[in-house]
Design a protein around this ligand. Structure first.
Ligand code: S3P
Length: 429
């Protein structure tokens, strides 16, 4: 059955785990390796369903990609070897595949079509299609190409200057990828800092890019060069266990292989502000990405306000942070987070309904939520809404609930954390 009942853990959680590869970096590693000339070996690749979609998408373009567990070898033959796919590409549930690949598909001189699952088919694509059209892209699709399915009459695009109107690394990355393939120079002006893995990997794959503040300029007609890469662990996956230890009495946990990129580590900043007992040690650099370990133990938490520039830095961690806030003393306010409404599900609604359903006091707002804490959690049934991060939030809530928690559609967790339940069992021993 695709549901699971999880028991409270009165004696706390403990031990040491190493989280799987970063989702954002795994996607990008396949994109650059597939466009590159030469063989790239990727290790610690995230085998979650989303990243496998990106692999499959490039196979449709004729790229030979071998995957054995977390080791992926991409036999790139350069841009000119890519062939138009004969079938529509299935982006599944993956927003990152859909947005980043759109930048590539619009800019390659090949015709292709793509679709997604019911959740992805509701998510806005105009945020990439509109700026790509300003570069000359020809993209057709449902509701004026606002929604998947889309058809790309790919062609050589022209570089231009684009001022972004949404804080989104996916949109920025789509435009940088399109700019890398276009004629002339493309300048992307960001509205605020978002995760910079695309920029970091461009340097690794021999692609020129200039950054000055929030302005990124990329010369066109560039052919990436193959590169080997080890993917750092995903801080967004680590976040579930970091919060688990912070809110479960008698807990002490060490999480290794955590990517600590400063554009991604807002969860650590927020928990520090909440008074969590947390120790972060950088142990190595993988390429340009800092990686380290996070030691976290239970402590009393206090409420916090999450807003402004911090939001894109922890956008995927808001569901689990909201759970932490139910245990904090005072009123936590999360604002400037309207983007949550267009994630795998409406995460404001999903978090508020689920947490209130197990005894928390959370109010939805236009651009976030207000959480009144601390409240005991009663347990009961949680609905993942098919959203991996909502499912994992529910699983962590079970640790401190008075009665067991049942999570429906637990398999959606495979999207980003295939061995989540093994790690949960391991730390609960
Ligand atoms: C991602 C960027 C974020 C994030 C998503 C992955 C990426 O989305 O929520 O999980 O890899 O670029 P937005 O760029 O839409 O904010």
């Amino acid at each position: 059955m695709n549901e699971v009942e999880l028991q409270p853990v009165p004696n706390g959680i403990s031990g040491r785990i190493s989280v799987p590869g970063d989702k954002s970096i795994s996607h990008r590693s396949v994109i650059f390796s597939s466009l590159a000339e030469g063989t790239s070996k990727i290790s610690n690749f995230l085998t979650g369903e989303d990243c496998l979609r990106t692999i499959q998408a490039f196979r449709e373009f004729g790229v030979e990609i071998e995957q054995e567990g977390t080791d992926v070898t991409v036999y790139g033959n350069g841009l000119s070897a890519l062939k138009a796919p004969t079938n529509p590409i299935n982006f599944g549930n993956s927003g990152t595949t859909a947005r980043l690949m759109s930048g590539v598909l619009a800019a390659l001189p090949l015709f292709s079509t793509a679709y997604g699952d019911p959740s992805l088919s509701k998510r806005p694509m105009d945020r990439v299609v509109v700026p790509l059209s300003a570069m000359g892209a020809e993209v057709y699709g449902r509701e004026d190409a606002r929604l998947l399915p889309l058809a790309f009459n790919g062609k050589k695009l022209m570089g231009t200057t684009i001022e972004m109107n949404v804080k989104s690394a996916q949109v920025k990355s789509a435009l940088l990828l399109a700019g890398m393939l276009a004629d002339g120079e493309t300048t992307v002006i960001e509205k605020g800092t978002t995760r910079n893995h695309t920029e970091m990997l461009m340097s690794q794959y021999g692609v020129d890019l200039n950054q000055s503040g929030n302005k990124l300029t990329i010369p066109g007609n560039q052919q990436p060069k193959a590169s080997d890469l080890r993917v750092p662990g995903d801080i967004s996956s680590a976040a579930f266990f970091i919060v688990a230890a912070a809110i479960t009495p008698n807990s002490e946990l060490t999480i290794e292989n955590v990517g600590l990129n400063p554009t991604r580590n807002g969860i650590l900043t927020a928990l520090e502000q909440m008074g969590a007992s947390i120790e972060v040690t950088e142990t190595e650099k993988i390429g340009h990405e800092p990686v380290g370990k996070v030691k976290i133990s239970f402590s009393a938490l206090k409420a916090v306000t999450i807003e402004g520039d911090l939001v894109p830095n922890l956008i995927d961690e808001i569901p689990i942070l909201a759970l932490a806030a139910t245990q904090a003393e005072g009123t936590t306010v999360i604002k400037d987070a309207k983007e949550l409404k267009v994630k795998e599900t409406d995460r404001i609604e999903a978090v508020v309904n689920n947490l209130n359903g197990i005894g928390a006091q959370v109010e939805a707002t236009e651009d976030g939520m207000i959480i009144y804490g601390p409240t005991p959690l009663s347990g009961g049934r949680l609905h993942s809404y098919g959203d991996h991060r909502i499912g994992m939030m529910g699983a962590i809530a079970s640790l401190i609930s008075e009665a067991p928690v049942t999570i429906n559609d637990k398999d959606c967790i495979n999207i980003s954390y295939p061995n989540f339940f093994e790690h949960l069992e391991e730390v609960c021993k």
